[in-house]
Design a protein. Sequence first.
Length: 103
Amino acid sequence: MVEHLIDPRLYARRMFDLVRPGGHCIVSTPYHGYLKNVAMAVTGKMDNHFTVLWDGGHIKFWSVRTLTTLLEEAGFRDVRFRFVGRVRWLAKSMVAVARRPTM
């Protein structure tokens, strides 16, 4: 759901406050890696995927780097990723697991 948020930093900080020390948070979002974007561009599917004409659509598109930065800025550490669906470089979704430090 993080792809729908206007203020994802506030969301990440609130998550950090809710997770007890040593606990983990899990964030799932559509995957938008470089090769996937190239594949969509060369097959003419970019406009359908990143449509700005759908009022209920995604307002942010996350990469491993940007989602890691968001979670680390909030205070989480040891961010790890899993990829869901298709082959890794064309994955449908990515799932981040991040740990709140004990100290």
